[in-house]
Write a new protein. Structure first.
Length: 874
């Protein structure tokens, strides 16, 4: 059967094809053979040379297709699907400079919007090239000159009409710096079919173009004779392959399709099955717009005219190179493929991959204001500016309800006078009568007294994630890294109520420089000075926005190092977050630093974090470049969620924490941060229950209820079960049954029970550890539990909690500790081969070990153990 297009059908373009082993059919339908070994011009704009299409050959075989737009743009498509633009590898689909690259029915298709060309190449090296009527008699190359006169198609690059095919084709070799084209000669072919029977067989195969009823319907439009000759020629060359005739049959069918006749069933009648990738099927007439997972959710305008090629079976969708059911479609985000069911985060929303599309919860996102690096601000309305005043300033405040105010203290932080950083943050909560200060280094004080975190008081929470996190009334959130970066997030209920350096949060950048007097300033200096708190601070005069002029020594380094933000590494983010303000800030900071490297990492991190919040995660830190060190037991992540990663969160999940992506150090998967700051398995998590901390495996009886601590959660019986009643007579004091716990504290820990009549006593909540040694503690209520002996501190080693003596003593595991005032530990094992070492010798005065003798012997043992020192002889 045949499928005919309408009678008024006419091809609006000329067609050139390269098919089979070395056949070429020009725009004017002249057919010849050429097997090259270089890059050759196929067609192009031979008057203005605005575009050139090249076929690339190696040892007589077509290997790739190249497009050049003038001298500024080139793209190369290889048979295996690899595509390069310049020196950079790119992905399909791709669009640039009016050129579109996509897959169509088993082909890689390049099209030029301005020039009108369409060129396709398949994995076998077959090339189809189409030009519109406007290029009539204006093209040249192996495809001829498109003037509907085949006799002058062999025009050389020098303008000479050649009779010799190879002289003509060699003239269109395009040498370059990598390869100079050499003249090739026609290969010598001999017919490999010797038997009469075999020759008769392949002749009959080729004669199908003349005798088959499928092909005869097109004879009046496309003469089969020249194709029969090509078929016999190919069959002679490859006698062992009975499918040698198929490329010629396919080309005949395509010539018919160009004339409006679709030869349905020609593969079956000729014994041919055009090659398709696994899972795809060949169709003589299929839509050029393949049904893909990505097109499933869009209304695509598709040309009515069909093409031959490979497509998925009915009911399947193309997902990359395979056919899948809709529910198994993957999704694309920032150029990366995600399997179905994957989740990503976009701003504050979670998105899940379903049926090839991202389904997001579309919650309203909070407003965000930040200060990073050397006083680079981003307002709630996304206005970027730098203000390098040195004083105390109102960062952001509720100027309508006066419920809270956030102040920052700025100081000079580098050699450059304009290099100013944030040293501390103060939060005033008028309703709570509290002032919380977030200090440089991560310390926290409340109303002037240093505290340990977590700190919970009514609507206020202060805890540590990868920064100090403060939340108030579930609507105000601050993150302070202790080094100068502050991020504040507000719910939409504060819209148009804010004031300070963060602006008024009304969605309009134009009035962000609003002053307390109600005027909108044009100069950032006047705006910033207006929010100064102390009158004895000098106003900032006109600041120089180009620190590289002040420090030309670092200008070149700043230019080259900050250009990382423009590199291909960050390219997936460029369409999501503009790199311009971050690039400007990076150069400013690097030029302001005494050592530019000190500020470079912070500046790049600011852009990487902005990208991550848009769902584009860039793995940019390397061991040799801006590496981030983590506490023992924790792992670095570019994008991790700090929410509900603690032992406390197992029993009391923080429903207010919506931070999905932050950079920093996290506990490994399956472990949680305990109250001492150590990562422990869930089985070693304490339980937080009704104001008390219970150790793993703790059990207590509260009259008719039995409770036990397991995996960070307290499990209690809810009914009167036989044997669960514990009579009061078993308890020998007046304390409640609740306080009588059957606790087995691991040696050397002992059970401490908070006295009922002394509220000033401190318990587990203030136990010192290696992380918080001598940092002080404010107790909001005594908590009973297992404590280290007096004078000892708690330490985690290999997920095992032990007690250690500070300042060079021996711990419960036979390990010598040296705990510094900052909380760092120098550890040395003094128990080897199952035997405890003898104590260090006392000094002559008898006042303890000689410091020098003890240190030297410790050092020798450590170096010896790690192969750094040979053992001495006897």
């Amino acid at each position: 059967s045949i499928l005919c297009l309408p009678l008024n059908f006419s091809a609006p373009f000329a067609r050139c094809s390269l098919f089979g082993h070395d056949h070429i059919q020009t725009f004017d339908e002249l057919v010849y053979d050429f097997a090259g070994d270089c890059s050759y011009l196929l067609a192009g704009d031979c008057e203005k040379r605005s575009f050139l299409l090249l076929g690339d050959y190696h040892n007589g075989k077509r290997t790739s297709l190249s497009l050049y737009l003038g001298e500024y743009f080139d793209i190369h498509v290889f048979l295996n699907g690899t595509v390069t633009q310049g020196e950079k590898r790119i992905l399909i689909p791709y669009a640039s400079n009016g050129v579109f690259l996509e897959k169509e029915a088993g082909y890689y298709k390049l099209s030029g919007e301005e020039h009108g060309f369409v060129v396709k190449i398949d994995t076998s090296g077959n090339i189809l090239l189409s030009l519109p009527e406007k290029h009539y008699n204006r093209t040249c190359g192996l495809c001829g000159n498109f003037n509907r006169f085949a006799e002058d198609d062999f025009m050389t690059q020098e303008g000479i009409l050649e009779e010799n095919i190879y002289s003509f084709a060699n003239s269109w070799g395009m040498s370059n710096q990598q390869k100079k084209c050499q003249r090739v000669m026609p290969p010598s072919y001999t017919c490999n079919i010797s038997s009469v029977a075999a020759k008769k067989d392949f002749i009959e195969n080729c004669q199908l173009l003349r005798t088959s009823s499928v092909f005869s319907k097109c004879h009046h439009l496309v003469d089969p004779e020249k194709f029969i000759g090509l078929c016999e020629e190919d069959m002679c060359r490859c006698a062992q392959d009975r499918n040698c005739h198929c490329p010629v049959f396919l080309e005949y069918a395509r010539n018919c399709a160009q004339q409006g006749v679709i030869l349905k069933g020609w593969p079956a009648s000729s014994g041919c099955r055009p090659r398709c990738p696994s899972g795809l099927e060949y169709h003589e007439c299929t839509s050029p717009c393949a049904k893909t997972c990505q097109s499933l959710n869009i209304n695509e305008v598709c040309p009515e005219q069909c093409v031959d090629g490979c497509s998925c079976p009915e009911g399947k969708l193309l997902d990359g190179d395979v056919c899948v059911d809709a529910q198994n479609c993957s999704c694309i985000n920032a150029g990366k493929k995600f399997p179905p069911g994957s989740s990503v985060y976009q701003d504050c929303n979670s998105c899940i991959c379903r049926h090839g599309a991202w389904v997001c919860n579309n919650e309203p996102c909070p407003g965000e204001c930040s200060v990073t690096g050397q006083s680079h601000f981003k307002s709630f309305d996304n206005k970027h500016f730098t203000f390098s005043g040195v004083c105390h300033y109102l960062f952001a405040g509720d100027c309508a309800g006066n419920s809270f105010s956030v102040f920052i203290e700025t100081v000079q932080c580098a050699d450059d006078h304009d290099a100013v950083c944030t040293r501390s943050v103060s939060v005033q909560l008028q309703d709570e009568n509290l002032t919380i200060k977030l200090k440089h280094g991560g310390g926290v004080s409340v109303n002037g007294q240093d505290i340990q975190i977590p700190f919970l008081q009514r609507s206020l929470k202060v805890f540590h994630t990868n920064a100090v996190h403060l939340s108030y009334k579930e609507n105000v959130h601050l993150d302070w890294d202790g080094l100068g970066t502050l991020t504040m997030k507000l719910s939409s209920e504060y819209t148009e109520q804010m004031c300070g350096l963060c602006g008024n949060y009304n969605g309009n950048q134009g009035d962000d420089f609003l002053t307390p007097s109600g005027l909108v300033e044009t100069l950032v200096e006047d705006f910033g000075n207006s929010w100064k708190l102390k009158g004895d601070c000098e106003d900032l005069k006109k600041q120089d926005s180009n620190s590289c002029k002040q420090n030309p020594r670092l200008a070149r380094y700043a230019e080259s190092s900050c250009s990382l933000l423009l590199s291909p590494l960050f390219e997936p983010c460029h369409h999501e977050v503009s790199s311009s303000p971050y690039l400007k800030n990076c150069r400013y900071d690097v030029c302001s630093c005494a050592d530019g490297k000190d500020c470079l990492c912070t500046a790049i991190s600011a852009y990487a974090m902005a990208c991550a919040r848009k769902g584009v995660v860039i793995d940019w830190r390397k061991p040799e470049f801006c590496a981030m060190s983590c506490p023992e037991g924790q792992l670095y992540q570019q994008c991790g969620s700090p929410c509900n990663q603690t032992c406390r969160s197992l029993a009391y999940p923080d429903t207010d924490c919506h931070e999905f992506c932050t950079e920093g150090c996290f506990c490994p998967t399956g472990t949680y941060l305990d109250q001492q700051g150590d990562c422990v398995p869930r089985s070693q998590c304490s339980c937080y229950y009704d104001g008390e901390i219970f150790q793993p495996d703790d059990v207590f009886s509260d009259h008719h209820t039995m409770c036990y601590c397991e995996n960070g959660i307290m499990h209690c019986s809810s009914q009167r079960l036989p044997g669960s009643f514990v009579p009061d007579v078993l308890f020998q004091t007046h304390r409640s049954a609740r306080e009588k716990r059957s606790v087995s504290c691991k040696h050397p820990m002992t059970m401490f029970v908070c006295p009922a009549n002394d509220p000033s006593v401190k318990g587990v909540e203030c136990m010192e550890s290696c992380q918080n040694y001598e940092k002080g503690c404010i107790s909001h209520g005594c908590i009973s539990g297992c404590l280290c002996p007096t004078g000892w501190v708690r330490k985690l080693r290999f997920f095992k909690k032990t007690c250690v003596m500070p300042l060079g003593e021996t711990d419960s595991e036979g390990e010598e500790q040296q705990l510094t005032r900052s909380g760092s530990v120098a550890l040395e094992v003094v128990e080897e081969a199952g035997e405890r070492q003898r104590p260090a010798e006392r000094s002559e005065e008898g006042l303890g070990p000689s410091p020098t003798h003890s240190r030297v012997h410790r050092e020798e043992r450590i170096r010896e153990r790690h192969g750094l020192l040979r053992r001495r002889g006897p």
